[in-house]
Design a protein around this ligand. Sequence first.
Ligand SMILES: [Fe+2]
Length: 265
Amino acid sequence: MTFEFPRLGASMMAARKAAFSAQVRPGPFDHSWFAAQDLRVTAEDLHKARTTLVDSIVDRLATYPDGTGAGYCLLNGLAAQMPVEAVRELSVTLFTEVWSQYRFRCDRIAQDRDFYMVKTLSADGKIPVGLYGSPWSFKTPHADRNGVLFVHVYGPHVGFNGGEVLLIDALAYTQSHGFTFDEVMTWSDDPGDQKPVLRTRHVEAALEGYGRQFGQLTPDAILFVNNGPEGLLHGATELQIGDESTFSRTLHRVVVRERALASAV
Ligand SMILES: [Fe+2]
């Protein structure tokens, strides 16, 4: 079964619920495969073998034949090649190429639909209020409401421990255990648009069997994530702030959304 890719917004939420109750996964969850979606890149990969690199990233984000995906790609090995500003710029240009290729493969997204990218840089670990209308910094694993794909560059980090990045295939966890969406997921209670959130009692088991904890990611890495209806949840472990005067948790982020829903996360 495949879905037409939903018009993002209210129907995205319906599509997430539908994905949890449909047998859309191509096969059983493979944890060792899931935990090894890293690509260590060289200068040659970035220049001479660029098309191959982009294809390799999209392979990890999208499942044939229709772009359905529960994947991510952690590109690393960048710190030895360039400064943090260049890593962020690279994340934008690569993400643009990845989105184009993803869309080409994802034949359930009609070509006349209008998607756009939003780029943000925050230094306090919070979601920018002006952009999203909510001050929440999500730690509990969740899906963003309207993003299709996103890319993060974390750090440099100063003055804290924790904040380790998590990704969870909650759909695989739910289907493997015969749970329903409502048994495993709930909705955020922030004042803006709600997001699907993993219920606290399921976080540990879902992370252990169907997720990955990355540690504190640094500008050595670029993390691409599929946030579509069958995509992954993301979150972070609690922060322990050692020195509030120097605390800085920097996140550079680009997300692709549909134009008609510019106000929602
Ligand atoms: Fe988020």
